[in-house]
Design a protein around this ligand. Sequence first.
Ligand SMILES: [Zn+2]
Length: 438
Amino acid sequence: MNAHVNAPANSRANSAAHDRPQDHDAHVHPHDHRRLGRELDLFDTDPLMGSGLPYWLPGGAAVRHTLEEFIRGRERRAGYRHVYSPVLGKRELYEISGHWAHYRDDMYPPMRLGSEEMVLRPSLCPHHALIYRSRSHSYRELPLRMAELGGMYRSELSGVLGGLTRVRAIQLNDAHVFCTPEQAADEAVAALELIREAHRALGIVPVRYRLSLPGEGGKYVADPALWERAVALLTEVLERSGVPFEAAEGEAAFYGPKIDVQIADGAGREFTLSTVQIDFHQPERFGLHYIGPDGAKHRPVMVHRSVIGSVERVVAYLIERYAGAFPAWLAPTQIVFLPISEAELPQAERLRERCFDLGLRAEVAGPEHGSLGARIREARLVPYQAVIGAKEAVDERVALRLRDGRRLDPLPAEEALVRIGALAAACSGELWEDVPGC
Ligand SMILES: [Zn+2]
């Protein structure tokens, strides 16, 4: 994915070999995200849309939306500003960026449109470079942190049908920091810290940090001095961050080295989720500059970084990590109201409305869905199950059952919903404990 999330070139061979056991259902382990994705109505694929092109069902879309807003919120707090840019561009754009020369095998073939050739983009960097270039910038505006959760495309020859881990259309959590060479290390350290914070909130545990260096062959841009400088900076960043790391040759982006945060999926296969890169190449290619204190033009550095990688990959990981029982703030349905009889339905529906006001995702499962026991079993992955009997309806109370098996004494409905809303807003991993500061 381009460059950002997976190493180009030899990664395809590696991931193909790694993915093979998953292709046979006999080897699928119980928490395989493809199985759970189908069972829990999170996402699916259709041969007519094409393999490697999953669509998101309402439950999966709710998880994804929450995750996207979570990451945008963290980015805003870290000084990023968000943009949108188109998912395709003229072939010349990728010739300038170097993707056409170094990454073409992973790109879709151009589409002819009149006298132009349009290409589905293999990465967001060239668009962001153009957005930067469209306005003049003083050194006082730097570092300028530009973020986008945007689509990009990869021409996998055989997308693995039914999964989110090898896809042909990718939504990337991406950003580019345009800064002075002196600011680059600090920005990369801050990006790594943002990654670590987001991982903590999501319960993601990295298996290792990798300093990805170029390997043999002509797939990397040639400029030994720039590579040396970027590698020295990233090494400094890793050392300052105090994380143990290993160097790996042949895993760099074509335009520069990168720090890859490696994660293992449910079956123990390792993949790259988050990255930080320092790039001297694309600012040069696009002729980017800022006006320095001396009034002259200077070349900025681009720090590329992705906090949670592709939305597809990270959701696949989270499905397996939690076996479908997402933390309450991420759960497709956060609370289900279970009226014991028809008589309590109006109260259940009023409380669902109140949940919407509080920003919570709520459902009502009435007696038409079966016995109370059957409805509770059906809702076993929902963090909060609120049983409403005749007495609770009159008193405006709910009897809460938590997903972990705890049962709480009936309490005022408003108090319960406000507490659940506060826990969700704090992205808490707890179901009922005190709301932490967040
Ligand atoms: Zn980039």
